[in-house]
Design a protein around this ligand. Sequence first.
Ligand code: DCP
Ligand code: MG
Length: 588
Amino acid sequence: MQPDNQKQDLDLVVLAKVLKLSKPYIKIFAFCIFLAVVMAVVANIRPFLIGTMVDDYIFKNDMDGLKKMAIIYILFVLANVLVRYFFIYYSQVLGQSVIKDLRVKVFEHVQSLKLRYFDQTPVGRTITRTISDVQAINEIFTQGVLTMFADILGIFAILGFMFYHSWRLTLVCLATLPLMIIATYIFKEKVKVSFQNVRNQISIMNSFLQEQISGMQIVQMFNAEKQEAKKFKEINRKYTEANLNAIEYYAIFYPVVEIISAVGLALLIWVGSRGIWNHTISAGAFISFPLYLNMLFRPVRMIADKFNTLQMGLVAADRVFKLIERDDKIRDYGEVVKDNIRGNVKFEDVSFAYDEKTFVLKNINFELEAHKTLAIVGSTGSGKTSIINILNRFYPIQKGRIIIDNIDIKKLKLNSLRTKIAMVLQDVFLFNGTVMDNITLRDDTMDRGEVIKASKEIGAHPFIEKLPGGYDFKITERGSNLSMGQRQLISFVRALVINPDILILDEATSSIDTETESIIQYAIEKLIEKRTSIIIAHRLSTIRHADKIMVLDKGEVVETGSHDELIQNMNGHYRTLYEKQFEQSVEV
Ligand code: DCP
Ligand code: MG
């Protein structure tokens, strides 16, 4: 019992939060409530009018009066159409406005989350939150709260008319109501569980599809289509099963309701006809009560469905709120804003673990003077990329300090820190858009001339110009219509154009042809000129230019020095690495 109560409390809290979202649209909300009240009367008065027509006009042979009543009846029908139109339209306007705002909120929040969230969360799940879960919140307004309110008001209105008309027949109608309520309750509970299942399955399917489509090349490359299709079929089967499960309850519920209605109607006719014989019930009432009964049962029957929609909406809302209230934002307590930095970088006893447990960097110490170049080398997985990930505060460190120009980077405002540092990542990521868009990242303040100047400076201009459309060449998602070398050059221009004080370059490991290699080499030299640079180097040519070389092994610094110093150490890590590479490059 206890958990159930708690669940309901929670739902109310979520409901309150959802309703709060509609605050900017309070007028529309109020208008919808007003319409609901009007609708309760206008929609349910008809049986009463019919009864009156029969008793007071038809039986009394008042033809003129009957005509008047008929006009009133038609007016109510028209009014009902009109009110209903506005109600449906404006409750949608309300819901859509709320979720339009909410989507922006979710998107902006997702942007501010720590990278750790993205490491741990399937992309499909975040997409489900932003799209279908938010969509479900719309239904809280359109199908849930407002219509339920209208329905409940409607039920009261009908009961009012019924009692006013004939209390005897009303009691007869109410006799079957408990049965109806019990059936509805059971149905609601069953469907709730099965709908939750449906949504879980949707989320699983989204995540799976997202990943498959992104990794299609690998799947095709390794002929893994069959296995993956098998997995998909399994997920698909579960999804279908979940849907059918939910439908099954509907298939049972509706016939049961039909039976209850039939019983209700039978009772009504039985009691009613006796009432007519002994003159306790008027003919008008006898005619209008079956209509009342129908009108009374319809919202009761629908309320289960709406309650579920509301529930589903609340479950979705809860998930969306959990995401936007997730305390996983990048902490930006920093206050210091530096306009100019010299670019002195120091790591003091820095230790770091992505998951707070497995340390991938252990007690790292080094100092890089301004305008110098540090090359980091080491075998794969030794922690090179991790070093730059923490320098830009993509991830928080557990121990030690990272200092730029005598300021702990924690004290710098995140914005201020990141505008000073440009990074070229190991896997270049290009967005769907033109070359220009990808360089400026749609920052309107950068002008074309600047971009072209930067790309000339590092020697990327000739290649970009040769693309069809030049700087307006359309790059497809992830840059799939460009070669690795080309993508890299574009990312170099992207880094250079912001004129950073510190440049970080995670060299791609993929091998490129000698010509591109020399273009890239030239570009790198230009990039690191006159600024502090950290380069994760894989190519000998790059390493040789460095003022200082740091060798990492399993997250620890094992050697530091210049190329000439390190190469002296016959059994040193660097010499071994160097010799291995040298052999390879001689062979090729
Ligand atoms: N790691 C992790 N979570 C991430 C990134 C990395 O747990 N989001 C782990 C995987 C490795 C370790 O951290 O065990 C070090 O990874 P790096 O990316 O720092 O390794 P390198 O850059 O040195 O390797 P490579 O030369 O392959 O790029
Ligand atoms: Mg790396």
